[in-house]
Design a protein around this ligand. Structure first.
Ligand code: HEM
Ligand SMILES: [Cu+2]
Length: 416
């Protein structure tokens, strides 16, 4: 991002370093949690704070306040990671405001920077709420203050509100940077200016702001009121609009362009396909009549893998390949890159598409054993996972090989 702005570095380089170290410390807490689970199940060794984690990523109360697993180390780790995220958001916003070169007005800024700007807004506004919620959860567990656990007069639905107030916007923290990368890659490899620049830029902001109003769509069966359900459902449909604007503008950019199917572009095209499936399957989840039977089934698992893994991972890989020569001054093997991209794409779909079917047939999330009728879906999924895994290992080797033996290339202009 600083390179795109022609800046030497971000606005606060030391804060940037601090964010990195905080991230490291937070990650260490999670490593400890993993270790505590492994040590207990393999050797019977008990570590401080509990063993492993059995709450799922949502830490729903009252289970998370009563289980003996490592809820406190894990939530404290997430609390620290939150600071890393907030400080990075502050840093990026300051950089974009203060270090743009003369003449680069807001609407001349690369779309990747717009995407990071929108992401940073969410990081700053939403993450503190998660931090406080996690501290309250720790307080509830350690001191029984009576905020989330009904046994002490607390309210578990309140916890869900706090949690999703952060965690819905958080999904956009993850996807918005990928949107930015795709906008850069599509224009470069279509040899055209982006279609609808302002709409793409502003749709990032719209997603960031609307994203704060839809959290209740995760709670349709939690017991929240019917009127709340109706409102959250309606607003959720609205958020599909800015997402669709991007997809249409990317396609319009390719229209009549001279499209070159280089590795980053193949990932970008994969992104568009997978994000369309992921986004569209969000709509039946946003409608209560269909979400009530689909909630907590594999349909949800398939939906969020299409957006989180399909879209985010493909965005990441598109970006890595796109900027690889810029970052390392070396080139990867183009043909192998394209073949691997196709393998990953096929493997991905074999893995996750059957999960839509399993979910609509009633396979719940988070179950290790199930009636035989569901087995075929799981078997196909597993086969797909190996194909995708193979492709991804190949990607790693393609990069390492490029680093070592790739031909040296002159640094190329980044961005548009
Ligand atoms: C395009 C618009 C989208 C809509 C309308 C939508 C809608 C929904 C709804 C209603 C649910 C709750 C389903 C349930 O639990 O019953 C859900 C779950 C989820 N969505 Fe989306 N979604 C969209 C895009 C995204 C994106 C872009 C991401 C991530 C990058 C994402 C990540 C998730 C995750 C992680 C869950 C499951 C959370 C959990 O229960 O563990 N969604 N989505
Ligand atoms: Cu959501």
């Amino acid at each position: 991002m600083p390179l795109m702005l022609g800046a030497k570095d971000v606005a606060f380089p030391r804060l940037n370093l601090l964010s990195f170290y905080l991230w490291l410390v937070g990650a260490l807490f999670f490593t400890y949690v993993l270790l505590s689970g492994v040590l207990r199940s393999a050797f019977g060794i008990e570590m401080w704070g509990g063993w492993g984690l059995d709450t799922g990523w949502t830490f729903y109360t009252p289970y998370s306040t009563t289980t003996t697993s490592s809820v406190i180390p894990a939530t404290f780790g997430a609390f620290i990671l939150g600071f890393s995220s907030i400080l990075t958001g502050v840093n990026f916003i300051a950089t974009i405001h203060t270090l743009r070169p003369k003449g680069m007005t807001w609407f001349k800024m690369p779309l990747f920077c717009w995407a990071l700007y929108a992401t940073s807004i969410i990081q700053i506004l939403a993450t503190p709420v998660l931090g406080i919620t996690l501290l309250l959860l720790i307080a509830e567990r350690a001191l029984h203050v009576g905020i989330f656990d009904p046994k002490y007069g607390g309210d578990p639905v309140l916890y869900q509100h706090f949690f999703w107030f952060y965690s819905h916007p958080a999904v956009y923290i993850m996807i918005l940077p990928a949107f930015g990368i795709i906008s850069e890659v599509i224009t470069t490899f279509s040899r055209k200016h982006i279609f609808g620049y302002k709409f793409i830029a502003l749709s990032s902001l719209a997603i960031a702001l609307l994203g704060f109003l839809v959290w209740g769509h995760h709670m349709f069966v939690s017991g929240q009121s019917a009127i709340a359900n109706a409102i959250f459902s309606a607003i959720t449909f609205f958020i599909a609009i800015p997402s669709a604007i991007k997809v249409f503008n990317w396609m319009a950019t390719m229209y009549n362009g001279s499209v070159r199917f280089k590795t980053p572009m193949v990932y970008a095209l994969g992104f568009i396909g997978l994000f369309t499936v992921g986004g569209l399957t969000g709509l039946p989840l946003a409608a209560m009549s269909t979400d009530v039977p689909l909630h907590d089934t594999y349909f949800v698992v398939a939906h969020f893998h299409y957006v989180m893994m399909g879209s985010m991972l493909f965005g990441f890989l598109a970006g890595m390949y796109y900027w690889f020569p810029k970052m390392f001054g070396k080139m990867y093997n183009e043909r192998v890159g394209v073949i691997l991209a196709i393998i990953v794409y096929i493997g991905f779909n074999i893995t996750f598409f059957p999960q839509f079917l399993a979910g609509t047939h009633g396979m719940p999330r988070r179950y290790a054993s199930y009636p035989e009728g569901y087995q075929i879906y799981h078997v196909i999924s597993s086969i797909g996972a190996y194909i995708m895994g193979l492709g991804l290992v190949g990607v790693l080797f393609n990069w390492l090989h490029g680093l070592k033996n790739g031909c040296a290339c002159l640094s190329q202009p980044v961005g548009r």
